[in-house]
Design a protein around this ligand. Structure first.
Ligand SMILES: *Cc1c(COP(=O)(O)O)cnc(C)c1O
Length: 412
């Protein structure tokens, strides 16, 4: 919930001014960008960091003995340190780079798959993104691992009692989202970790939204893995990764094979590097990592509690203005949720809603939002989603509501 004092510590207009793209128009109208849960826009600091890296100091990392190689390696590893500070990891070598959130789930699934057996159980929740479902389904198909589904209540909260009942002696992994990209629900990760660890299971957290809005402290959450993606954190595409507890990472076999991830290679044998490089075969996304480091340094320059309060104030403003519209159904109203508004409009397909809004310059997403089991749970085939970021203003919120009311009038 927004409290006034936190709101005073953040100026959305000053933040917004740092995003060049937000001054463009769409269909002759000022751009109102409410699709940040799918991908966030990039501030000048990130654009400049990428340009600077390409113009000023660039070479491949780790293997060079020349100045540019050393400078680029330093910048690349400094970005890893920035992520470690951002997540409060114990040490930077517990941060593994991947090309995005999805690849990190596949990395863990590939590694765990080498020791799981038929009948072992993986628990996920009904509110998971496909990235935190499909890799486990692939283990089910390949190994006969059993997927168990923790149910979501009508208000969009996770049913913690039911989750506790699912955890048992054959549970190997509990994989849940920190914050739902559809419902906005924020889960009590520490409580889930305590339950899972008591049964000897690992806990993997999908932090692709949580890293943006929930100010995660991986040590306080006590999770074994925490996955994030760069492009939702105001950074570039092509970069993401995960935090892992040291023991969890060291127990995980390598993922892809190639250069950089080995200690020695002979004709008969291979030995692997230590963490984190063991999981980073080949030339990594160097520029993208440097860009993400710049994004996080920039983001950490704000009072992130104040940013979250600002985003939630916009959400509350929109929901307040739409409160008496009985043609609108909001999906996800759990207490303590984040600033994601998913909704359906009576008798209207969400794709049509999104297309009409686009005529007014308003960008929202429509579909199942990569969470088909959740759509099914709520008995809908599609919904529209407006998601709020630090650069949105109350003018954006009002423009969205005005356009939505006009869209509704268009269809009745
Ligand atoms: C975006 C997202 C992902 C996947 O991240 P990619 O960057 O698309 O790989 C996974 N989980 C959640 C909750 C997300 O929002």
């Amino acid at each position: 919930m927004a409290d006034g004092s936190a709101l005073n510590r953040f100026d959305p207009y000053a933040a917004r001014a740092q995003f060049p793209i937000l001054s463009r128009t769409v269909n002759g109208k000022p751009l109102i960008y409410l699709d940040s849960a799918a991908s966030a826009q990039k501030p000048r600091a990130v654009i400049d960091a990428l340009t600077h890296a390409m113009e000023g100091s660039y070479a491949n990392v780790h293997r060079g003995l020349h100045t540019l190689a050393n400078e680029t390696t330093d910048a690349f590893e400094a970005a890893r340190e920035t992520v470690a500070r951002f997540l409060n990891a114990e040490t930077p070598d517990q941060i593994v780079w991947t090309k995005g959130g999805t690849e990190a789930f596949n990395l863990v699934a590939s590694g765990l798959g080498q020791s799981l057996q038929a009948g072992d159980q993986i628990i996920v929740s009904q509110m998971e993104h496909h990235a935190n479902i499909v890799p486990w389904h692939m283990l089910r198909e390949r190994l006969g691992v059993v997927l168990k589904w923790a149910p979501v209540r009508d208000d969009g909260s996770l049913d913690m009692e039911a989750l506790a009942m699912l955890i048992g002696p054959r549970t190997r992994l509990v994989a849940v989202t920190h914050m739902s990209n559809v419902l906005g629900t924020v889960n009590d990760i520490r409580a889930i970790a305590d339950l899972a660890h008591a049964a000897g299971a690992l806990v993997l957290v999908d932090g692709c939204q949580g890293a943006v809005h929930c100010r995660p402290d991986v040590q306080a959450l006590d999770c074994d893995f925490y996955i994030f993606t760069g492009h939702k954190l105001y950074g570039p595409t092509g970069i993401g990764g995960m935090y892992g507890k040291r023991a969890a990472l060291e127990a995980l076999p390598p993922y892809q094979g190639g250069g950089e991830m080995i200690a020695t290679v002979t004709e008969d044998a291979v030995t692997y590097s230590g963490i984190p490089h063991r999981f980073e075969a080949g030339t990594p996304p160097i520029l993208e990592a440097i860009g993400l480091g710049a994004a996080l340094e920039w983001f950490m320059g704000f009072d992130r509690d104040a940013v979250a309060a600002h985003e939630m104030a916009l959400y509350d403003h929109v929901v307040g203005r739409l409160a008496d519209r009985d043609w609108l159904r909001i999906i996800g109203e759990a207490p303590g949720k984040g600033a994601i508004l998913t909704f359906t409009v009576e008798n209207t397909h969400a794709h049509d809603v999104a297309q009409i809004l686009d005529r007014y310059g308003v960008a929202v997403r429509a579909g199942v939002h990569c969470a088909e089991p959740l759509s099914r749970r709520f008995g809908i085939t599609s919904s529209a989603r407006a998601s709020f970021a630090l650069y949105n203003t109350v003018e954006d919120a009002d423009a969205f509501v005005d356009a939505l009311i006009k869209a509704r009038e268009f269809f009745v």
